[in-house]
Design a protein around this ligand. Structure first.
Ligand SMILES: NC(=O)c1ccc[n+]([C@@H]2O[C@H](COP(=O)([O-])OP(=O)(O)OC[C@H]3O[C@@H](n4cnc5c(N)ncnc54)[C@H](O)[C@@H]3O)[C@@H](O)[C@H]2O)c1
Length: 251
C-alpha cells in the first residue's frame, strides 16, 4: 500500500456510496479530499469523516451537468486545498428504461452528468496537472459500458463513452506524465442495487456472479486508490473491472 500523503484528490459524487468510500480510503492513505456532490448535506457528512481521519476536506455542492459550475468548483477547490493531483470522475446515477421510454431530457441528463461532467472536470484540472507534470485521472464507468444491458441503453452508452475518453486522454496526456484509467464496477451494494427493496431480487442477481455476491463499496475503492498511487505509474489507458467474475473475456 503506497502513501497518498501530500496529494489532493477531487472525487465527484463523494457524498454517498462508492465516492464516499473512495474519499475515506484515500484520506486514510494520506490525501486531502475535495468532496463534490449535488447533495450538500451528504457532502458535509463525508467531509466530517475525512477530517476525523486527520485530513483536510473541502466541500463543493455542484451539479456535474453545469459546466460553468464545474469549472468554478475546481477553481475554488484548488484555492482551498492546492492543486488537484487526483481526479475521480465518479458522480452518476442509473436509470432503467427501454429505448422507447427514454425522453430527450433523460438522454441529455444521462450524458450531461456522466460524460459532459467528466469531460469538463478533466479540462478544469488539466492545467495544474500539466504544470506539475503529474496527475491521476480515474473515470468510473461500469461493466454495462462493456457488455451492454437490455434495460438502460442510454446509461450503457454514457459509460462506454467514458471508456473511449479514458483511452484518448491516456494518449493525449501521456507527455505530461498524467495517467488516465477507468474502473468499471460490477455489482456493488450502493446506489441502484442498494435501493432494490426486494432482497430476493438482489439475491437472484448475485447468484449470476461467479463469486456469488455483489461487493461492498470499499472493495471498489481499493482499485481506485491503487490507480491513484505511484504503484500504478506504468498503467494508463486501462480499464480495471472488479466484478466478481461477472465479465470475463476469453473462452
Ligand atoms: N452501484 C453499482 O452497482 C454500480 C455499478 C457500476 C457502476 N456504478 C457507477 O459508480 C458510480 C457511483 O455509484 P454509487 O453506486 O456509489 O451511487 P450512489 O447513488 O450511492 O452515489 C452517487 C453519488 O453521486 C452524486 N451525484 C449524482 N448525480 C450528480 C450530479 N449531477 N452532480 C454531482 N453529484 C451527483 C449523488 O448525490 C451520490 O452522492 C456511478 O457513476 C455509477 O454509475 C455503480
Amino acid at each position: 500500500m503506497t502513501s497518498l500523503a501530500e496529494k489532493t484528490a477531487l472525487i465527484t459524487g463523494s457524498g454517498d456510496g462508492m465516492g464516499r468510500a473512495h474519499a475515506l480510503l484515500m484520506a486514510e492513505r494520506g490525501a486531502n479530499i475535495v468532496v463534490a456532490d449535488i447533495n450538500a448535506d451528504n457532502a458535509q457528512r463525508t467531509a466530517e469523516m475525512v477530517r476525523k481521519l486527520g485530513r483536510r476536506a473541502h466541500v463543493e455542492q455542484v451539479d456535474m451537468a453545469d459546466t460553468a459550475g464545474v469549472k468554478a468548483m475546481v477553481e475554488r477547490s484548488s484555492a482551498a486545498l492546492g492543486p488537484i493531483h487526483i481526479l475521480v470522475n465518479n458522480a452518476g446515477f442509473g436509470q432503467r428504461a427501454l429505448l422507447h421510454e427514454v425522453t430527450e431530457e433523460d438522454f441529455d441528463r444521462m450524458f450531461a452528468v456522466h460524460v459532459r461532467g467528466s469531460f469538463f472536470a478533466t479540462q478544469a484540472v488539466l492545467p495544474a496537472m500539466k504544470a506539475a507534470r503529474q496527475g491521476k485521472i480515474i473515470n468510473i464507468a461500469s461493466i454495462w459500458g462493456m457488455t451492454g444491458a437490455p434495460v438502460a441503453s442510454h446509461y450503457c452508452g454514457a459509460k462506454a463513452a467514458l471508456l473511449g475518453l479514458t483511452k484518448a486522454w491516456a494518449k493525449e496526456f501521456a507527455p505530461w506524465n498524467i495517467h488516465v484509467n477507468a474502473v468499471s464496477p460490477g455489482g456493488v451494494r450502493s446506489g441502484g442495487p442498494k435501493k432494490l427493496d426486494n432482497a430476493e431480487q438482489l439475491r437472484l442477481k448475485e447468484e449470476k456472479v461467479p463469486l456469488k455476491r455483489y461487493c461492498e463499496p470499499i472493495e471498489m475503492s481499493y482499485a481506485v486508490a491503487f490507480l491513484a498511487s505511484s504503484e500504478a505509474d506504468f498503467i494508463t489507458g486501462q480499464n480495471l473491472s472488479p466484478n466478481g467474475g461477472e465479465v470475463i473475456v476469453g473462452i
